[in-house]
Ligand binder design. Sequence first.
Ligand SMILES: [Zn+2]
Ligand SMILES: [Zn+2]
Length: 168
Amino acid sequence: MFTIQLSNIKVGKSSLARQIAPADLQLQQHDPFVAPIAADLSFDREGKNILVDVNLHCQVVFLCDRCSEPFNSEIDEQVRLLITADRELNGEQDDLVFVVSEYEQEVDLTDPLRESLILSLPIKRLCSENCQGLCPYCGVNRNVEICNCMSQTTDHRWDQLKDLFKSN
Ligand SMILES: [Zn+2]
Ligand SMILES: [Zn+2]
């Protein structure tokens, strides 16, 4: 769980830097998050409102879509939240607006931070734009080894076709 104490946030601008363990955001089942997440929080408190800008930065490990090798990458994500005691904002159907009572001590930010990190993950994951991937015939990683499967297989296929045409 990742919560912030409202009484610690003074009027005006302030900031807070925290390291969040992936498990604290319930991210343990999402493999790429292997290191603590650096969260820089900036607060702007005025009247009943606290505007919170969160910068999230973390190292992740992906498996390449083409060659299946693990590689390091980084995630940078920004989230803006509004914590407010203004009950008129209660009807807002917005996940990023938290309406609190004036006596509330803390706000749980686990869900919005977890969701924004998951949404920031790229759909396509390549160790490099030029990744050659695995050979579909012998399975070698073509970034590190050269095999002759492609040319040989093509040749054999043509030979068989040629034989077929000959025998007819
Ligand atoms: Zn690759
Ligand atoms: Zn091969």
